[in-house]
Design a protein around this ligand. Structure first.
Ligand code: PLP
Length: 451
């Protein structure tokens, strides 16, 4: 398809004429037509290659066109392309069993959904029914999806326009964020402790008898790769136990290997009551998400009907790709690969930029999930662009992103941050090449920063 000008023009014309895009003013966007993808790279119609440092929407954990996933979907399509959820099905059951085998604690049952938003939606519904309470607490600086309850849970500007219609039972609180502490703390430990005190105050003032759940990203994703400081998640678990609140871990972005563990909670030794997942479960080859449920909550529904369902819950094509994902992870040592590249290549390289780039204010992350927080002033932490910047205000970040793309690397940028989130199958050479492109692009940001 490379160089096929007519084909590219048709793609552009159909897209601009008829595709209504997410989160966009339709006349202000110009989506890049993509001709092909393989592994960690995709190509436009001119044959320009982009190394994907964003794994599409941080879902393409096993890269494009992974032969095992493609084969699994093809074989399943040839055998039984679909079957409704109230019937038992081999791949659906096998995937649920495999997820339960790697899930922490007694999380042994899986309710399948089509993606992450409806996973959170259904997790909240379970928590409400189980506790007989209605409020749910979630963090400012979070994203939980685009359905009614999920967008209400979201703690970023994507909620604002949707607020009047969204779930009224959600209350937001501040999570830990040592670099921009709400709690004037001067160490990660103090940040964790003060953030927990704040959370307990919110619980007290909202009324523990009204709170069904606390739903949080284990490592906050799009809103900044906010790694929880030592003790924080344990403290959340304790508060949930103390007040009879269901702990829901949103692992839509970080589950299935992103930080080098099956689930990010594994890195912190914490067992939630419900885990929501999507994205990496099958790299998004066919839409799939779900809720992993503790025995206590699952057994509550032994004699109480769970009122929720989806036509495509546990779709066989999606589940076949999920089973293949487990086989690839185990055979190819994906978790080990992620931990190795994260600790040996990404962490030292990014930390090195603190010394060489005046625009790099903070570096944080784990595995293949990292953020660089770009600032104009390292003393005051003034961000390179304002919170929620658009238009001319966002120009410096757009220039950094353009420099990456010109160097053949597709970056993940959000507000004043660049993230490093490549496919988990990326090779060391590819990873170093992408980091070199980020390194060079940061000189663009440095021009705005006082040394
Ligand atoms: N939760 C988190 C942490 C996410 O990052 C996302 C998507 O980016 C979602 C939920 C929503 O998932 P989906 O877009 O599949 O509905």
């Amino acid at each position: 398809a490379f160089g096929d000008v007519a084909a590219e023009q048709q793609v552009r014309a159909d897209d601009r004429g008829h595709v209504f895009h997410s989160w966009s003013a339709q006349a202000q966007i110009n989506p890049l037509p993509i001709a092909a993808g393989e592994g960690s790279t995709f190509w436009d119609y001119d044959g320009n290659a982009y190394l994907d440092f964003s794994s599409q929407l941080v879902n393409l954990n096993l890269g494009h066109q992974h032969p095992d996933l493609v084969r699994a979907i093809q074989e399943q399509a040839g055998r039984l392309a679909t079957i409704q959820p109230s019937m038992a099905n081999d791949v659906r059951g096998e995937l649920a069993r495999r997820i339960a085998e790697v899930a922490p604690g007694d999380l042994n049952s899986v309710f399948f959904t089509n993606g992450g938003a409806d996973a959170n939606e259904n997790a909240v519904r379970m928590a409400r029914r189980y506790t007989g309470k209605h409020k749910v607490l979630s963090m400012y600086r979070s994203y939980h999806g685009n359905t009614n309850t999920a967008i209400a849970l979201t703690g970023d500007p994507r909620r604002w326009a949707n607020q009047p219609y969204a779930d009224g039972g959600v209350v937001h609180f501040f999570g830990p964020y040592p670099y921009r502490s709400e709690f004037h703390s001067d160490s990660p430990e103090q940040e964790a402790q003060r953030a927990l005190e704040h959370l307990e105050h919110v619980i007290a003032l909202e009324g523990p008898a009204t709170i069904a759940g606390i739903l949080i990203e284990t490592v906050v994703g799009t809103n900044g790769v906010l790694v929880p400081p030592p003790g924080y998640l344990h403290g959340v678990r304790e508060l949930c136990d103390k007040y009879g609140i269901v702990y829901i871990a949103d692992e839509v972005m970080v589950g299935f290997g992103r930080i080098g563990e099956w689930f990010a909670v594994d890195a912190y030794g914490v067992v939630p009551d419900l885990i929501t997942f999507a994205k990496g479960v099958n790299s998004g080859y066919v839409p799939l998400g779900g809720v992993i449920i503790s025995d206590a909550i699952a057994h509550f529904f032994d004699d109480v009907s769970f009122q929720g369902g989806l036509t495509y819950s546990g779709h066989p094509l999606a589940c076949a790709a999920g089973v293949a994902t487990f086989e690839v992870f185990e055979r190819d040592g994906i978790l080990e690969h992620v931990r190795d590249l994260g600790a040996r290549v990404v962490e030292p390289t990014l930390n090195g930029w603190l010394a060489t780039h005046p625009s790099v204010g903070d570096v944080r992350g784990q595995g293949l999930f990292w953020a660089l927080e770009l600032v104009r002033d390292r003393e005051t932490h003034e961000p390179l662009v304002p919170f929620n910047a658009s238009g001319a205000d966002a120009a410096p970040m757009n220039e950094v992103a353009a420099a990456c793309k010109a160097a053949g690397v597709w970056p993940f940028t959000h507000f004043n941050r660049m993230h490093v989130a490549p496919p988990l199958v990326i090779t060391e050479d590819e990873l170093r090449r992408g980091l070199d492109a980020y390194d060079a692009a940061l000189t663009v940001a440095d021009r705005y920063a006082s040394a």
